[in-house]
Write a protein that binds this ligand. Structure first.
Ligand code: CMP
Length: 140
């Protein structure tokens, strides 16, 4: 298995409830290394750019409003098979469908306030990481 990188975002519902450390413990417990991390607050333009692939979806405006509603923590995670490994740790997008023990099952409030984002492919991980971090901010 190849070493990969994936992009993670701890979303406003989780930072509001002081869950950054609890989520990081689940990430690290699954063998993913946090090799870049910053707490920030997105502008509307930042969120629209990040979620551009969802622009035509009915939930797009609500998603942008939610992702700009409070602080987020953006991370690069590294491990063998990091993209799929983090998707397994996060659980299903809708917490109602998430497996027991996953971040979303334990912490998410709804399909929108679902605590974390993770890249859905190696190709998108690279795009998302390039959008969010300068190379010098990533220390593997
Ligand atoms: P995320 O992995 O950040 O990617 C897009 C986000 O849109 C997704 O997680 C959900 O939080 C959010 N979202 C809101 N409503 C829906 C929906 N009906 N279907 C899928 N995603 C949704």
């Amino acid at each position: 298995m190849a070493t990969e990188r994936t992009l993670s975002i701890i979303k406003p519902d989780a930072t509001r409830r002081n869950l950054t450390g609890a989520i990081n413990a689940m990430i690290e417990g699954a063998g993913l290394r946090i090799i870049a991390q910053k707490r920030t607050k997105w502008s509307k333009a930042d969120a629209e750019a990040f979620y551009a692939v969802h622009r035509e979806r009915p939930f797009f405006n609500d998603l942008v409003a939610f992702m700009t509603s409070g602080p987020i923590v953006i991370q690069v995670l590294e491990a063998d098979n990091a993209v799929q490994r983090y998707r397994d740790v996060m659980g299903a997008t809708n917490p109602a469908n998430a497996a027991v023990g996953t971040i979303r099952k334990v912490h998410a409030e709804s399909i929108e306030a679902n605590s974390v984002h993770g890249s859905d492919s190696v190709e998108n991980a690279k795009k998302e990481i390039d959008l969010c971090f300068k190379p010098a901010e990533i220390v593997g």
